[in-house]
Design a protein around this ligand. Structure first.
Ligand SMILES: [Zn+2]
Length: 509
């Protein structure tokens, strides 16, 4: 007998092909049959008439590496329909750690993703971390990128200098070990210390290792503001030199004077003699640690050194001078719900709280966002974390994308002149799964993993806002992960059936 039968829904199967009415049968964690299944007996039947059945969302831009250990039910992600998260983006990973790694300094460097101090870093390799994650039994599936920050921290430390050839070789070796252990690829964050100290030779060497394994290299570019095109150009150049599949993270042009830059960036991506894609989230503001606005040299030696340095008036003068031509206004930079007042206000906050100060920065255009969302080279990634409003990860005022990214896309960006429903779903499911090598995910067809959603398009809406972020969306009625119901009528069942996905995954279809 079939485990679960979803009957009479409008099936949007993830491939981009036209929606059609179909029943979906699930057994043993997989899609068993799709079509007219009248008369089939099932242990559980869900009537889906008038609603959309689609694959669970594959969030290839996640920062839940540590949040899932604090919040394994993955509340803010699973309730927006995310069934698979790719961890370790923007270079902000948690592995590999070596005996030389200054773990406290690394935790400070990746404070943006480290919301619960009670989580212990008890691993060294990806294999160790995967065992810890499997022990936590998250509700969502996971795959992991290797972060450039931990890789560099393990070998070079936190100094503002290029790596020596021997150090590059050692980083390549550690990366290869993690790829052998099933990592989905590598990520860099060229705005974050110590990854920002890497020269292009280091990036090409690391990309070469990723290319040899056929995995993906994700880039938080060096600059999304005045030097966006130059930064896209660097990613394209490294992709062409190494042959590495490349994913540009959260494509956007930030700062009013840079509006229109996304279309130009997309032209560079189209013209690349390499496999280059991008991810995007449907908001007009971003979020990161405030300290990333400081020049790279101010981070030399790690967070503690940076905080000390900021107490020196001469250093502050030098930073003020470098900020003179900046792209942002402090009024557009919000911390804990309030805009910043001045250079000194910003430097005071970083001097006191280091990298843990999160900012929300506006200054993007809707036309740029639409250009990114509707381009065939892009997929959706939330850039968010799995947060629990009732737990340690639920503090403060994080970016609403952690709660509302996918419902917002479907609510606001499906329609004439925007995306068709089928295109939108593909950008959230099979599209990203293919780019990150997650075979058998993001599709509804016999043999695929049974990660499924039931959506009410009349009701679907993100309710999380910049002022009240900790709110779940409406219209996600059912979420199934590996054949197990996790969200039913909008309520978490407590089930935690997520699996850790090794890349390459065994092909199941
Ligand atoms: Zn990110």
């Amino acid at each position: 007998m079939t485990d679960l039968l979803i009957r009479g829904g409008l099936l949007v199967d993830g491939t981009g092909s036209p929606a059609r009415t179909a029943d979906v049968a699930v057994s043993g964690g997989r899609v068993e049959a799709v079509g007219d299944l009248t008369g089939r007996a099932a242990a559980r039947v869900v009537e889906a008439r008038g609603r959309v059945v689609c694959p669970g969302f594959v969030d290839v831009h996640s920062h839940s590496d540590l949040a899932l250990l604090s919040n394994p039910p993955a509340h803010s992600k699973i309730r927006q329909g995310v069934t698979t998260e790719v961890l370790g983006n923007c270079g902000l990973g948690v592995l590999p750690l070596t005996p030389e790694t200054d773990t406290a300094a690394l935790r400070a460097a990746v404070a943006f993703i480290d919301a619960d101090p009670a989580v212990e870093w008890s691993w060294r390799s990806l294999a160790d971390y995967r065992a810890v994650l499997a022990g936590a039994r998250p509700s969502v599936n996971t795959a992991s990128l290797v972060g450039h920050l931990p890789l560099r921290a393990a070998v070079v430390g936190f100094a503002d200098r290029p790596a020596t050839p021997a150090e590059v070789t050692r980083m390549c070796g550690l990366l290869a070990e993690a790829l052998d252990e099933g990592a989905a690829g590598l990520s860099t964050g060229l705005i974050y210390a110590p990854a920002c100290y890497a020269d292009e030779a280091e990036l090409i060497a690391l990309a070469g290792v990723v290319a040899a394994y056929g995995r993906v290299f994700s880039w938080h570019l060096r600059d999304y503001t005045d030097r966006l095109l130059e930064s896209v150009g660097q990613a394209v150049r490294v992709a062409e030199a190494s042959g590495c599949r490349t994913q540009i993270s959260h494509l956007a042009a930030v700062g009013r004077r840079n509006w229109g830059g996304v279309a130009e960036a997309l032209r560079l991506i189209e013209a690349a003699d390499a496999d280059v894609h991008a991810d995007v989230y449907p908001y007009l503001a971003g979020s990161a640690n405030l300290s990333q606005l400081l020049p790279g040299w101010a981070h030399d030696g790690g967070e503690a050194a940076m905080r000390l340095r900021l107490r020196d008036p001469l250093v502050r003068d030098r930073i003020r001078a470098e900020w003179a031509g900046r792209w942002w206004e402090w009024a557009d930079v919000v911390v804990d719900g309030s805009p910043l007042a001045s250079d000194d206000h910003a430097m005071d906050l970083v001097a006191e709280h280091g990298n843990s100060v999160a900012m929300v920065a506006s200054g993007r255009s809707e036309d740029d966002l639409l250009a990114a969302l509707t381009h065939p080279a892009t997929v959706i990634g939330s850039d968010g974390l799995a947060l629990d409003p009732a737990g340690p990860t639920g503090r403060g005022t994080p970016h609403p994308r952690s709660y509302g990214c996918y419902p917002r896309l479907l609510h606001r960006y499906v329609g004439p002149g925007r995306l068709t429903l089928e295109q939108a779903v593909r950008k959230c499911t099979a599209g990203p799964a293919e780019l990150f090598g997650l075979a058998g995910r993001g599709l509804i067809r016999p043999g695929a993993a049974a990660d499924l959603l039931l959506l009410d398009l009349e009701k679907i809406e993100d309710l999380s806002t910049f002022t009240h972020p900790h709110r779940y969306p409406a219209g996600i009625d059912l979420v199934v992960v590996n054949g197990t119901v996790v969200i039913h009528d909008g309520v978490h069942t407590g089930a935690r059936p997520g699996r850790d996905l090794r890349v390459p995954t065994e092909v199941t279809t």
